[in-house]
Design a protein. Sequence first.
Length: 467
Amino acid sequence: MLLTISTSHKPATDLGYLLHKNPARTQEFSLSFGKAYVFYPEATEDRCTAALMLDIDPISLVRGKSGASRENRTLAQYVNDRPYAASSYLSVAISQVYGSALAGRCKELPEAAEASREYEAFIPAVPSRAGEQILHRLFEPLGYAVQTTELPLDPAFPDWGASDYYSLKLTGTVKLSDLLSHLYVLIPALDAAKHYAIGEDEVDKLIRQGEGWLATHPEKDTIVRRYLKHRYSLVRQALEKLIEDEPEIEEAQEAHDVEEQAIEKKISLHTQRLESVVTALQTAGAKSVLDLGCGEGRLISLLLKDRQFASILGMDVSYRALDVARDKLRFDRMPEMQLERIKLIQGSLIYRDKRLAGFDAGAIVEVIEHLDEPRLQAFERVVFEFARPKTVVVTTPNIEYNPKFPTLPAGKFRHKDHRFEWTRQQFETWAATLCDRFGYTAAFSPVGPIDEQLGAPSQMAVFTRLV
Ligand code: SAH
């Protein structure tokens, strides 16, 4: 089984850095189902090709499987397409051998890892019982030129006709990490015989690798069904997650820092806001805290400094934000004692979630304005009816203050993903309704420098549960 990735983007040998594999030598990796090799058939300034070859041992696959039932021990277990045709084994190899590249990490050339460049990926044999068209339908919407060639069943016997296998060549200007995640998800979706048991893990992997493109892919349903091998409860779970995981949320997170902070910069509003939230949580005497929509973990890093906060759970819908949070909080170097206090999970605030129950307090900092009306309503119940912490701290911009930001055009929100920005009155009315419905009281404070007429740039409500 072979996957080659080529580029002519100069210097082409940068591909070696991006894949974290030195073009000068062949490297070998032991995987559970055989060996993987990475080598470069060509590596010059002008063009570079990295080949990932899997040497799968079908016999050891059978032997290794203690669960292989008697009736399954047929010839097909020994004579099959596994060694040759691209399958879910290729995805495993991509994630294990090209793991950093798949995650978009490259210490030497971080900018190149982020850049879209023209790549060519070639797989000599891809199974597709549903024919050639599906290959086009899966890859073309992602921006690739797709070239397929039907392979004969046996070139020595042309009369036998065509096989269900195709060679596949993709050419496109993409990020290398995107190319790898497209292959990671779409190759198993073509392979009718996924080798490992399909469990909830696979839903997570699918959502993670499909982040940023699967939710809007026109063949989303087909891909999810095929990737999860028609396990319908899992398919439903995945499709639900994909609805909530809309791309603008990701973009929102990325652009949030740059755009909103640029506008609010002068007064370092965000720092003031986070400090106000920490003070409110300290005053409430909270020991366990939820940070919902935690983003890159700024609040969490402040909470960690105070040992009063013995247990902190950060949740965000964006895997990417959580990855950044882990990096910024230096999870890999965190002492055991600190690690025990903190947990980061992926999840959406618009779904009831058992993991959120039993906390003293919840903070929702600059998140509600990203939720449109139906989502905001779902959020209200998730937090105030189901999670129901004793204290809930919510911050949101005060729209009245917007004219004071010199770079913000009149009538515009502070961020393009904001679905609304409220006046102080609107925020207080919203909060009062929640208090009525769910049995809380609320106190309001301005955050940031106060203008006599317009109030402060940001506003905070501290809700306290009545019983
Ligand atoms: N609280 C953080 C981040 C604010 S940006 C801070 O103050 O720094 C808004 C965050 O909300 C983003 O990280 C975004 O991914 C997250 N978010 C948006 N919709 C969400 C949802 N439905 N569920 C969970 N998180 C969500």
